[in-house]
Design a binder for this molecule. Structure first.
Ligand SMILES: CC(=O)CC(=O)C(=O)O
Ligand SMILES: [Mg+2]
Length: 214
């Protein structure tokens, strides 16, 4: 049993990784990064099952991004790749909801992505998954359906930077604290959502979530 077996609190800062799958970078005509590309969402972005995803006012292209979330269990600062997994309490499925139209404008102007990625309800999250339930987070199927139709189906073995590398890198940028969530990037297949759509997503057959888009 992990030393964080009792730890189930997700809810602190959200560190997101962008372009961590080659096919997703390609579908958006983005270059593949040579080191992890990080951005943040505010804690006001979190919602859990039973809450609806709200299309932010003025957004015309809300996209889903299914991602493996890594939940930090102990303060991590400048940790090495080899010790990184000792700081993991567990996992969660996270959706990195993205206002793609706003992100495109921000990208074209060299502006930050905060508004396109950090609006209220932009981080739907599953319940906490114990570390032991995912023995190899770098070989895990993740999938997402919209109205019953499969849109994203990937495996974390295709991540450019594996989980331990992401934790080590992020801990050099920010002090990681218990309850922080690292969203590890999305595989290909992101697409536009409409009001009334129902999203179902899962990490293999370990955990599933369902969210309504409003
Ligand atoms: C282009 C993106 O929105 C980057 C991102 O969030 C990802 O998961 O990749
Ligand atoms: Mg993402």
């Amino acid at each position: 049993m992990s030393k964080f077996a009792q730890f189930k609190e997700i809810g602190k800062k959200i560190v997101c990784v962008g372009r961590n799958y080659r096919e997703h970078a390609a579908e958006l005509n983005n270059p593949v990064p040579s080191k992890p590309m990080l951005f943040l969402k505010p804690t006001s972005a979190y919602i859990s099952e039973g809450d609806a995803i709200k299309i932010p006012k003025g957004c015309t292209d809300l996209n889903h991004e299914v991602e493996l979330g890594v939940v930090i269990g102990a303060t991590a600062k400048d940790v090495s790749i080899t010790e990184a997994m000792n700081y993991v309490a567990g996992y969660a499925l996270g959706l990195d909801m993205t206002a793609r139209d706003w992100q495109a404008v921000a990208k074209s102007k060299g502006h930050p992505w905060s508004v396109a990625k950090g609006f209220d309800t932009s981080c739907p999250i599953s319940k906490f998954v114990e570390k032991e339930k995912i023995p190899d987070p770098n070989n895990l199927d993740l999938w997402l359906k919209v109205n019953g139709e499969m849109r994203q189906s990937g495996n974390t073995k295709d991540m450019i930077f594996p989980v331990e590398h992401l934790i080590s890198f992020a801990s050099q940028c920010f002090t990681l604290e218990p309850g922080d969530l690292i969203l590890t990037g999305t595989p290909a297949g992101v697409s536009k959502l409409n009001s009334g759509d129902v999203i179902q997503a899962g990490l293999a057959n370990i955990i599933q979530v369902q969210f309504l888009v409003q």
